[in-house]
Design a protein around this ligand. Sequence first.
Ligand code: FES
Length: 177
Amino acid sequence: MDHNEQQETAHKPIKRNEMTRRQFLSYTLGGATAFMGMGAVLPMLRFAVDPLLQKKQSGDFIKVIEESKVTSDPQQVDFQVHQVDGWYESDPKMEAYIAKGSDGQVFALSPICKHLGCTISWSGAEAPDLYHCPCHGAQYSKDGKNLKVAPKPLDEYQVKIENGWVYLGPLQANTRV
Ligand code: FES
């Protein structure tokens, strides 16, 4: 090896398998950015998905009328229900016809006609002592049995009596007919 070759070898940078400063900075900054990004995205993700994981609120009973005021003649009562469905909360107004049956039990029927969903009424001129639907003439007995037009009996509310008050719960299929 002559003198010139020796000099060149002495000045050649030694090649090492190490990370450059630029690589180190880009990895560090990339990692920190991803970490901060996750911190911002995770709460949003949780907010978006959380209502879907919650159980639907249902099964609540609403106090509607004193038991002593319920007679064998159906009377209409209005009440409000608080509903939570995912992100949507509402307080729809509900109606029921409450009466005492021949067995002495308090029961409550939905006023929604089982034909096409119009609102029925009790004991009009067209149908004394029956429920009557003004839309297509469906008729139901006091227990909600379908007598004309409608394919099914009126739905019935779950009923609970507590401390002299009548509470109404979710609707169910008619259990009286
Ligand atoms: S909706 Fe009641 S009879 Fe048709």
